[in-house]
Design a protein around this ligand. Structure first.
Ligand SMILES: NC(=O)c1ccc[n+]([C@@H]2O[C@H](COP(=O)([O-])OP(=O)(O)OC[C@H]3O[C@@H](n4cnc5c(N)ncnc54)[C@H](O)[C@@H]3O)[C@@H](O)[C@H]2O)c1
Ligand SMILES: Nc1ncnc2c1ncn2[C@@H]1O[C@H](COP(=O)(O)O)[C@@H](O)[C@H]1O
Ligand SMILES: O=P(O)(O)OP(=O)(O)O
Ligand SMILES: [Mg+2]
Length: 275
């Protein structure tokens, strides 16, 4: 068998990815993590998460709802809740998927905030100062607007914000820094894309939600652009790499290129003590 690349092993160790998982065990692990976190910090009462209609937020939302439901039953405290947040930029073409996801997870509360007015206002204000905002840059402003909305809701509900970052996104830094990357707890961290899929399958989630093509859907000019097109590498290859399988050298180099370029996203802001 081909020996693992040195950086591949380092990445696997850093992101704590397992080559295989037992979906039931990993569901329990994430749910217990969220329950314990809420129990340990006095005053916290809610979990807040944006639901896009994609795979990751469907999984994180279903696990969050399980966590608060179990907490309510175990403690008798009925103030624990999960708030699902719809954050369309105007009209979202796959709105029905998002609502199907919310129905599947049986969210306690649903809040809807259209991020378009705020995102557009920010772009206009910047452009009024002569700063030309590209469509790509605007995409990151949309993602940060979603973060702001979720923190506004958390602040009003003794809540914390859940992030959906997982190993297959973390390795390429495929998220907006302080946008969807801005969160308080990340219950899917350690899992790759197919492992998340296996967990949704175990939970009997609607197939169309976990077989859906992953997209950040941030750009006006390229709506629903598949992550795999933006990245130039498939999730199957990323998952193989993270599970310690051998992949073609050009694939490994692409993944490692993303990993190195996005190191700053996986770190706290740098200080004079950093190297
Ligand atoms: N497909 C889409 O629709 C779409 C649209 C926009 C963004 N995205 C994805 O979201 C992700 C976000 O894009 P991004 O990474 O360009 O933007 P980002 O905002 O997440 O990160 C870039 C910012 O990080 C900081 N930074 C950059 N290099 C740094 C360094 N070496 N040290 C410290 N800080 C540094 C700078 O502030 C820079 O503006 C990307 O993976 C992108 O592909 C997707
Ligand atoms: N349209 C959306 N509504 C609510 N929440 C959203 C929306 N788009 C993205 N999100 C949240 O951001 C993360 C990351 O999305 P990616 O597709 O991985 O870029 C997603 O899980 C939602 O929590
Ligand atoms: O984060 P989500 O829920 O939008 O899933 P995906 O990354 O698969 O689009
Ligand atoms: Mg998505």
């Amino acid at each position: 068998m081909k020996k693992l690349r040195k950086l591949q092993q380092e990445i696997i160790d850093t992101l704590r990815v397992q080559p295989t998982i037992d979906p039931e065990q990993e569901i329990r692990r994430s749910v217990d993590f969220m329950k314990n976190y809420l129990k340990r910090i006095p005053g916290l009462r809610s979990l807040v998460l944006g639901i896009s209609g994609g795979q990751d937020s469907t999984l994180a939302g279903a696990l969050a709802e399980m966590a608060v439901r179990e907490l309510r039953e175990e403690t008798g405290d009925h103030t624990y809740k999960f708030i699902a947040v719809r954050l369309p930029y105007g009209i979202q073409v796959d709105e029905s998927d998002a609502m199907r996801a919310i129905e599947f997870m049986q969210a306690d509360e649903v809040v809807r905030v259209d991020i378009k007015p705020a995102a557009d206002a920010m772009v206009d204000a910047l452009e009024a100062n002569g700063i030309k905002i590209s469509d790509f840059n605007k995409g990151n402003i949309k993602a940060r607007q979603r973060m702001i909305a979720q923190y506004g809701i958390a602040g009003n509900n003794a809540g914390i914000v859940i992030g959906t970052d997982h190993a297959a996104e973390s390795v390429t830094g495929f998220y907006t820094k302080f946008g969807d990357g801005g969160a308080d707890i990340v219950p899917l961290w350690r899992l790759d894309k197919r492992q998340g899929k296996a967990m949704l399958r175990y939970l009997n989630a609607p197939v169309e939600l976990y077989e859906k093509i992953p997209t950040a859907d941030l750009e006006d000019n390229r709506p629903a652009l598949p992550d795999e097109v933006a990245l130039g590498v498939t999730y199957d290859d990323i998952d193989d790499y993270l599970e310690g399988r051998s992949v073609d050298d050009d694939v490994a180099e692409k993944i490692e290129g993303w990993y190195k370029r996005t190191a700053h996203k996986r770190a706290l802001p740098y200080t004079v003590f950093d190297n």
